[in-house]
Unconditional design. Structure first.
Length: 393
């Protein structure tokens, strides 16, 4: 039987005055050598565990099925037994040192981790285009709101770089310069709000303010040189705010067949913007990288911006931020509605599903049918509940 200090306390999230969370925390003493097999298995009351640097081992299934366990801090090089943290909270976070056994365990078991991790975001707003008729209003405010939201997340302390009105060639250049010193343990986010377009035979692209095209492959060529986990969020339509009238063949249509009636489904965007990012490579090591991609509309759809007071906001971006906890429009903090499991960590999937569903509902409003067409967002990977880039603790 191991000695343990069990503390019931209130964890106050300062950026959200509404949120006081009662946590059962386990702080193990510095004299702890090991935790036995199955020592706390199935204890649903535990939400936080701290293991000091002197801990040598955590036994097999030691915290297995502790369904409320959200954060584990492991300072030293404790060997982690098989399934030690299996079946814990869906967005369990392992905080440890780079290269430690706990770091390796997180990688091998697809658990979120922080190991001297830096969270950095490049936010791009393209709104001042060549030709006044192509100018946009929403992107400048989308980037302001995205910056406010990300910097309010105390558990994932985002460092923000904002760029405005970039040419097509300048977009990948900005990626390279912003993340030039990234490590394999970092999380790098690229957000773009502006015009987009779909070119037959080429796919979807971002439109630079010089009206040049920046394709997904151009983005990926720059991002491939950035180690670590990479998030790409694109709020852009295929044709600069106007539907092209072109029907895009879905991935489900056989060669030579007419496109299906539901060709505007998210599947039709996969061939345009998501597919170039849909390569998975980590292999359980500490140097691989991954992509997580959200796009606001299908390849033959518009991504709409709505007016509000004296400004505008992107419907997808506004709902994404609202889901995370920063309400747009309205611009105030609240309990994050996308946090379906209540752990104050919004996973990639939780954030996307909320944004997708509400953006579709907003653009499907019968009252707007004469002006707006439904907007279908898509993402890659399709189901990622373990990686939570939006954390309040």
């Amino acid at each position: 039987m191991k000695s343990v200090v069990r503390i019931l306390s209130l964890l106050l999230i300062l950026v959200l005055p509404f949120s006081c969370l009662a946590d059962t925390m386990l702080f193990f003493p510095i004299s702890l050598v090991s935790i036995e097999d199955e020592a706390f298995m199935g204890d649903a009351s535990i939400e936080y565990v701290y293991l000091p640097a002197g801990t040598e081992s955590v036994g097999e299934r030691a915290f297995m099925n502790c369904g409320s366990l959200a954060i584990v801090d492991i300072e030293g090089d404790a060997v982690i037994g098989d399934s030690a943290f299996a079946g814990c909270g869906p967005s369990l976070l392992i905080r440890t040192t780079p290269g430690s056994p706990a770091h390796a365990y997180a990688l091998a078991n697809r658990l979120d981790y922080q190991a001297e991790t830096r969270y950095r975001a490049l936010l791009i707003a393209n709104y001042d285009y060549a030709g006044d008729e192509y100018d946009l209003d929403g992107p400048r405010y989308d980037v302001q709101d995205m910056s406010t939201c990300l910097t309010g997340l105390s558990g994932t302390p985002w460092e923000i770089t904002v760029c405005s009105n970039l040419s097509a060639k300048a977009i990948p250049t900005a990626i390279s310069s912003t993340f030039a010193d990234a490590t394999a343990n970092d999380v790098s986010l690229v957000y773009y709000s502006g015009h987009g377009y779909f070119l037959s035979g080429y796919g979807s692209c971002l439109v630079g303010t010089d009206n040049g095209a920046c394709f997904a492959d151009n983005l990926k060529n720059a991002l491939n040189k950035v180690p670590g986990r990479k998030i790409v969020i694109i709020d852009a339509c295929n044709s600069g705010g106007l539907l092209t009238g072109e029907t895009v063949q879905t991935a489900d249509s056989a060669e030579g067949e007419e496109p299906a009636e539901d060709a505007s489904s998210p599947a039709s965007f996969v061939s345009g913007m998501i597919a170039p990012f849909a390569t998975h490579s980590r292999g359980g090591n500490l140097t691989g990288s991954e992509y997580y991609v959200m796009v606001a509309a299908a390849a033959n759809e518009s991504s709409w911006e709505f007016p509000y007071d004296d400004r505008s906001y992107g419907v997808f971006t506004g709902n994404l931020l609202t889901g995370i906890g920063y309400v747009v429009p309205g611009y105030y903090w609240t309990a994050p509605p996308a946090d379906t499991d209540g752990d104050m960590a919004i996973s990639f999937t939780e954030a996307f599903v909320y944004a997708r569903d509400h953006a579709l509902a907003d653009t499907s409003d019968p009252a707007l049918a004469d002006y707006v067409e439904p907007q279908n967002a898509a993402c890659y990977p399709a189901n990622c509940t373990w990686f939570a880039p939006f954390r309040y603790r």
